[in-house]
Design a protein around this ligand. Structure first.
Ligand code: G6P
Length: 512
């Protein structure tokens, strides 16, 4: 559809649009679904609403024209090659990402990256200001856009602004390492309401505001005083994200997915136990720890192919960032070693897939897997864990879940592990394999109930309700007062008119 200059009552800003534009070597263009949990969740939320989504289309250089997909107006934001390097790969994914994930790898600090981050955040804010209707709700997402709330506030004091953090918010001791810590907090405090995955994340944020900005805080609120002396409060609470339970469950119930699941098991040599891992190829996901535990179980003779096999789907991610390159080569080296050492010809011990799959294939894999390994060292939520239990409408399967995921705080009945404790992880994997089916059914039922009662629609409604009830800001209150005054005047004018008409009617009746 052609570009429109329409304005929207709901505007989303996220680094990525829900679709990615891919230009092949021969120049042909195709659109695919963008990676990551944010898009998985927000795509289904926005499909139900009439709103705009401001984001990057995933390619370097000029952005495509705005277009409409279903009910969503997509407003692409361009990134130059330098900005992809400095704002996206650099500051977002080589500075913030490691700091926000417990510094599993060293973070890099570069002033050029920061300047690029500021510039790109400003561009996002301007795009938001353009498409937001008067008094609109603006919902900013994730660590790539932490300056956007304040920048939008400066451009459009009339809108209501929320921010949701899809990843952990670090303890102040780690956050404090960032040379730009004050600017980041001030950027976020442009929002009226801030949502986090866990109570601990919200607390970390409030504590950082108290210690690093000396801002007065009370429970979940931070008071912000502007240079002109005016002040407002921003609220920070935990609202854990979820998935479209009904949508995925119905997909998993289709005969096509069921027969594909059976076919997959056959293609994998009909193992007694099929284990599965599904992750972006990211060092936060604990893939190396998982492989180490699996390799030791093979070495100990506790498990062996072809009775047991393991499929690891590792979606390519941030491939030009050094730490991701290193991880890829370590993982691929380990997979090669494990297969070389322990797999007889024709029965691999690990099937390693370095690409992403469409949703129906994922649903079939979930249905086929007896044990799902979700072992991150740190993860804001981990929607794969929620997807797995959602797909298991047959109440089969077992979820091994790291206690360092946001999902653990909702799915604690799972087979819980500490991925750093390799011995413990091995025992948990064996427990997940050997627990009697009737107990696994009971566990799976409880896990599924949690996700079905707390699906993505409920998450979005909770966030938007919290944002709608955030206290009005002075500047917005002034604007609201002006609107009220105008409607009062109009009402009075209407009343005057009515009075005049009545008088006129009475007079003409008397004349008759
Ligand atoms: C995580 C982040 C998202 C990000 C996604 C994929 O889920 O929270 O903001 O979009 O990873 O990462 P990428 O760098 O490919 O966008």
């Amino acid at each position: 559809m052609p570009a429109t200059h329409h304005q929207y009552d709901l505007v989303i800003a996220a680094n990525r649009l829900p679709v990615d534009r891919v230009v092949a070597a021969d120049g042909s263009v195709s659109w695919g679904r963008s990676p990551g949990g944010l898009v998985t969740a927000m795509d289904s939320v926005m499909r139900e609403r009439d709103g705009a989504w401001v984001g990057w289309a995933g390619e370097v250089g000029q952005a495509p024209e705005p277009f409409t997909e279903g009910t969503i107006h997509l407003r692409p934001v361009p990134l130059s090659a330098e900005e992809v390097r400095d704002y996206y790969e650099g500051f977002s994914n080589d500075t913030l990402w490691p700091i926000y994930h417990d510094v599993i790898v060293q973070a890099s600090f570069h002033r050029d990256w920061w300047r690029s981050y500021e510039r790109v955040n400003q561009r996002f804010a301007e795009a938001v200001a353009e498409v937001a209707a008067p008094g609109a709700t603006v919902w900013v997402h994730d660590y790539q856009l932490q300056l956007v709330p304040r920048m939008v506030r400066q451009l459009r004091p009339d809108v209501r602004i929320g921010w949701f953090d899809h990843i952990p918010f670090p303890p102040v001791e780690l956050f404090a390492q960032l040379p730009w810590r004050r600017a980041l907090l001030e950027g976020l405090l442009g929002a009226d309401f801030l949502g986090f995955q866990r109570v601990a994340d919200a607390r970390n944020f409030v504590r950082a505001c108290r210690q690093l900005l000396r801002a007065p805080t009370r429970k979940d609120t931070v008071t912000v005083t502007a240079p002109d002396g005016s002040s407002h409060t921003a609220r920070a609470s935990a609202i854990p994200i979820s998935i479209d339970f009904q949508g995925l469950e119905s997909l998993a119930k289709t005969p096509e997915v069921a027969s594909r699941a059976a076919e997959l098991r056959e293609q994998l040599g009909s193992p007694k136990v099929l284990m599965l891992g599904v992750d972006r190829l990211d060092y936060t996901k604990g893939i190396r720890h998982r492989l180490k535990a699996y390799e030791e179980l093979l070495r100990d003779g506790a498990i062996a192919p072809p009775d047991v096999t393991f499929v690891q789907v590792a979606t390519p991610s941030r491939e030009r960032v050094d730490s991701y390159r290193e991880l890829r080569s370590q993982v691929e080296h380990t997979v090669g070693r494990i297969n070389g050492e322990y797999a007889p010809i024709g029965s691999p011990a690990v099937y390693y897939q370095h690409h992403s799959y469409p949703q129906d294939e994922m649903a079939a894999l979930y249905l086929a897997a007896d044990v799902m390994l979700v072992t991150p060292l740190r993860d804001g939520m981990n929607l794969v864990a929620k997807e797995y239990v959602t797909a298991r409408h047959d109440l089969g399967g077992a979820l091994v879940l790291s206690e360092f995921t946001g999902a653990y705080h909702e799915l604690h009945q799972a087979f819980v592990c500490n991925p750093h404790d390799i011995e413990g992880l091995k025992q948990t994997i064996l427990k997940a394999i050997h627990t009697p089916d009737k107990d696994k059914v009971r566990i799976m039922r409880a896990l599924r109930r949690r996700v079905s009662d707390h699906d993505v629609a409920r998450w979005a409604a909770r966030f938007l309700d919290a944002l709608a009830s955030a206290p009005a800001r002075p500047e917005r209150q002034e604007q609201q007062d002006r609107v009220d005054e105008a409607s009062r005047t109009a009402r009075h004018a209407g009343e005057d008119l009515k009075e005049r008409e009545d008088r006129h009617r009475r007079l003409s009746e008397r004349r008759r």
